[in-house]
Design a protein around this ligand. Sequence first.
Ligand code: SAM
Length: 213
Amino acid sequence: MTKNSKKQIDFSAIAPVYDLLGALFFGGKLHNSQLENLKNIPSKFKHILVIGGGTGKFLKELVASKQFEKLTYIDISPKMIDLAKSKVPDTKNIDFIVGDETTIPDHSFDLIVTHYFLDCFDQTEFEKIADLLLSQLCAGGYWSMVDFYIHPKSTWIRKVFVRFLYKFFKLTCRLETKELPDFDLWFSKNLILKKDVSSCKKLLKSSVYQKSS
Ligand SMILES: C[S@@+](CC[C@H](N)C(=O)[O-])C[C@H]1O[C@@H](n2cnc3c(N)ncnc32)[C@H](O)[C@@H]1O
């Protein structure tokens, strides 16, 4: 058992159709926004952490394009973990963990991947989890961050769309979060921005950060 209040979140019900829903709502842009960061990180890592990794669609690409000694893949949904396992041909260097931020093994990582994961939390929870992840990122390590983004000057349509997404995830996955945390504020304070690419009319942001050495 994990100690986290977010334990009630359960993406298992939508796990089998998660990628299909993403394609229907965003026509491949969600996946492409994640692939974008693969171009902007090194090709070799010692120990990668992917948290809130979901169905493993991105994991498949990560494994195919990068070398690593070990990869830890954590998701709170057992169904998501099963799907992710089925996506990779060879799982011998990969530890799949059904768990959350409280069950991250006590290692340091040279790449941390949070894609459409940190939006599951309110500002306080996000900062707590981000602080924890940062403490396990080694000096000079990379952080691949992809998520929704509401620019202060964004049109109301985008804000309404994000609210609609939160309502959808509340109904289907019991997600209680109502609005996006201010990711930029925390990341700009704690890490060095290496590359920032927006897509889908600036609704999606793919960022690569590095911890100072
Ligand atoms: C919106 S989905 C994103 C999945 C994937 N990263 C992607 O972009 O397709 C969020 C994922 O985070 C997982 N999740 C939510 N809260 C979690 C937590 N506290 N610890 C680990 N995983 C969590 C969910 O089960 C779900 O698979």
